[in-house]
Design a binder for this molecule. Structure first.
Ligand SMILES: CC(C)(COP(=O)(O)OP(=O)(O)OC[C@H]1O[C@@H](n2cnc3c(N)ncnc32)[C@H](O)[C@@H]1OP(=O)(O)O)[C@@H](O)C(=O)NCCC(=O)NCCS
Length: 160
């Protein structure tokens, strides 16, 4: 490599701000049948108990994903995490979730819970990688257009 060549710039994780809400809603709508509106995302992120992070391109212009979690004492719940399809599979989901888990640890959170559709292989791989394991199951939990409702798995992670 040419000695002065720069390494490719990496995405960064930042705290959510209201100006990012519309971009977050657009990404959410690509991933879920019932996407959340920009207002719903902004309102949730503004709750004092909610941690909200965004993944941005290296120039901090484009939103590539976001995650929201609600903390209550020593427990927290991941409300949603989503990466734009064009940026999936490159480690960004892991970076985003790890950042949020670290922020929870600082706040004293010791147990983190989440619900995930049983057939969501990417999400299950991400959660397993970050130390979550299954503690429960809710059959016929997620409504799906034109298909039978899907099972939800409840996962838990203990924080060191
Ligand atoms: C789930 C999601 C956030 C993961 O983000 P991502 O940036 O694609 O994930 P990463 O690239 O960080 O990969 C994390 C792990 O999952 C694995 N993985 C990623 N996509 C996968 C796939 N389609 N199938 C199987 N494993 C997959 C990776 O190999 C990696 O595992 P490793 O660290 O052991 O190699 C992303 O796929 C997404 O936004 N999905 C739609 C929304 C969603 O389902 N959110 C979760 C709701 S509970």
């Amino acid at each position: 490599m040419w000695p002065f060549a720069k390494a490719p710039a990496s995405p960064v994780i930042r705290l959510f701000s209201g100006s990012r809400a519309a971009a977050c809603a657009a990404i959410h709508a690509k991933a879920f049948h019932q996407g959340w509106s920009a207002q719903e995302i902004a309102d949730l992120a503004a709750e004092p108990s909610v941690l909200a992070h965004v993944a941005l391109d290296s120039k901090e212009k484009t939103v590539l994903g976001f995650s929201l979690a609600r903390c209550a004492g020593q427990e927290a719940e991941i409300l949603t995490i989503v990466i734009d399809p064009a940026s999936q599979g490159g480690g960004l989901g892991r970076l985003l979730l790890q950042t949020q888990l670290d922020a929870m640890l600082v706040q004293g959170v010791r147990e983190v819970f989440l619900e995930v559709e049983a057939g969501n292989a990417a999400a299950l791989a991400l959660y397993k990688r970050l130390g979550f394991s299954q503690v429960g199951e809710r059959k016929a939990y997620y409504a799906r257009p034109g298909q039978p409702p899907a099972t939800a798995l409840i996962l838990r992670r203990e924080q060191a």
